[in-house]
Design a protein around this ligand. Structure first.
Ligand SMILES: Nc1nc2c(ncn2[C@@H]2O[C@H](COP(=O)(O)OP(=O)(O)OP(=O)(O)O)[C@@H](O)[C@H]2O)c(=O)[nH]1
Ligand SMILES: [Mg+2]
Length: 456
């Protein structure tokens, strides 16, 4: 069990709000609540019931705020410990005052993510589920939240348990021979082990295969709008955003800064980046904007190369193309409401292209689908039913497990010798335990929970 001290934190965002929630977890929670929360009919506190009353200074009984509170008795709580939540008015001062009293009465200020960490250490959730809590909080689209919910509800954990069971069964078969070091593992048992290993490898490989999609669903992607001046880049940003975010004029060189906005494209969180039209400019400010744009080319996931379809492809377009060639790119022919003139040079013919008119709004849905398809490969996302891997740590560990199991099943010598085989199987189990938390080193745990906000 985890240390028995009691932690406290404000679980709602900093600043003014309708209400704020102060949360306590630990064995003194109820005792502290009794000292500071007074009700008209001074009864006790039943578990999981809401009570109305006043928060008071324990000595003078001076009223600080009227509030609601709930006491939740262990272990039927998020942390598996006694938990108290006080809902007071959301003014900064009131919240600070209540928190200070709670600390004076013996609670300790919680570290970031410490409530979730306790839920993990007390066995209420595994590490995969704990990590998903942060994704739930930060989810940017319904789809990314669905993916996080799958993980926090234990769907990925179940798949990992299934994987672990295959390895454990193999290990049990192997260990039956450990006391007879001169004896090879029987052929029938070897067959059974091989069949279990095949299942485990196939399961880990199918999980690994979900990573690329899982990652983009969780983290989103960055998409840069690039092109020579005046082709309609800012107009495209505004059209995709459905608001007049960037200044649009007929003067080339209007945009001089990077403009970033996040939108939801078919469930995918997309960070759009409008940039200055790329050209060599005499104007110092414009050139600074161009430099900013050039500097981002190598770090974005996709570039929309915007070309004016109503005018010929010029050296300026070619100059932009040179700067972005080799990157993941879609060509966007804008101004398709006007008679078409532009013809792409041969080297650009093979790149996927879409015709749009930001003026008329045409082609925008097709462009969105193409952007989503670039990352999801044309598949519809079944975020409610498919388990996705979303973290590089999980993917890399499963790759190592899969590689170790492959090596074992491919080497008949090892498979016949109980001691050698058991070492490999135990190593694989330890690796799996790193994902779910059983064997995760403390420094990794600290890193994971350190990403949380205080109060979660
Ligand atoms: N006919 C037509 N005009 C468009 C379309 N999209 C943009 N424009 C016009 O093209 C001009 C330039 O648009 P912007 O969106 O400012 O172009 P930009 O690429 O951001 O330009 P810079 O910021 O200067 O690099 C404006 O006059 C727009 O009204 C379109 O689809 N059709
Ligand atoms: Mg612009």
């Amino acid at each position: 069990m985890y240390p028995s001290d009691t932690i406290a934190a404000v679980s709602t965002p900093v600043g003014e709000g309708g209400i704020a929630i102060i949360r306590l977890s630990g064995q003194d929670s109820l005792c502290i609540l009794k000292k500071i929360f007074k009700r008209k009919n001074d009864g006790g506190f039943l578990s999981h019931r809401f009570y109305y009353g006043e928060v008071v200074l324990p000595d003078s009984l001076t009223v600080i705020d009227d509030a609601m509170c709930v006491y939740m008795k262990a272990p039927r709580t998020f942390t598996c410990e006694d938990v108290v939540e006080i809902q007071c008015h959301g003014g900064t001062l009131i919240v600070e005052q209540i928190l200070r009293i709670v600390i004076l009465l013996g609670a300790r200020l919680a570290e970031p993510g410490e409530f979730t960490k306790r839920a993990f250490l007390n066995g209420r959730i595994d590490l995969v589920q704990a990590e998903a809590v942060i994704d739930l909080i930060r989810g940017k689209t319904e789809t990314s939240i669905n993916v996080a919910r799958q993980q926090s509800s234990g769907a990925l954990s179940s798949a990992l348990v299934e994987l672990r069971d295959h390895i454990r069964h193999s290990l049990a078969l192997v260990e039956a021979y450990i006391d007879f070091p001169d004896e090879d593992i029987g052929v029938d048992d070897q067959e059974m082990i091989l069949s279990r290993l095949a299942k485990a490898i196939s399961l880990s490989d199918s999980l690994i295969a979900t990573y690329e999609e899982g990652r983009v669903l969780r983290d989103g992607v960055s998409v840069m709008i690039a092109g020579k001046p005046n082709v309609g880049k800012s107009s495209l940003l505004n059209t995709l955003l459905k608001e007049k975010r960037a200044i649009v004029t007929s003067i080339p060189g209007t945009t001089r800064d990077l403009i970033e906005e996040v939108i939801n494209i078919n469930g995918l969180p997309v960070k759009l980046l409008d940039t200055a039209g790329i050209r060599n400019s005499e104007d110092t400010v414009e050139q600074l904007g161009v430099d900013l744009a050039l500097a981002r080319i190598s770090s974005v996931d996709l570039i929309l190369f915007v070309v004016d379809a109503s005018s010929p492809f010029t050296d300026e377009d070619r100059h932009v193309y040179k700067a972005i060639s080799g990157r993941n790119m879609l060509v966007v022919f804008n101004k398709s409401d006007l008679p078409r003139i532009s013809n792409l040079p041969d080297e650009l013919q093979s790149i996927s292209a879409v015709s749009v008119s930001t003026l008329k709004g045409s082609g925008i849905d097709e462009l969105k689908s193409k952007i989503a398809d670039t990352f999801l490969h044309g598949k519809a996302i079944d975020s409610r039913n498919i388990v996705f891997l979303t973290k590089a740590r999980h993917r890399d560990t499963l790759k190592a497990v899969s590689a170790a199991l492959n090596l074992l099943s491919d080497s008949p010598d090892k498979l016949a010798q109980s001691e050698l085989a058991s070492i490999d199987l135990r190593d694989s189990l330890d690796l799996l335990g790193n994902i779910t938390g059983e064997t995760t080193p403390d420094d990794i745990l600290d890193l994971i929970f350190g990403q949380f906000c205080i109060g979660k």
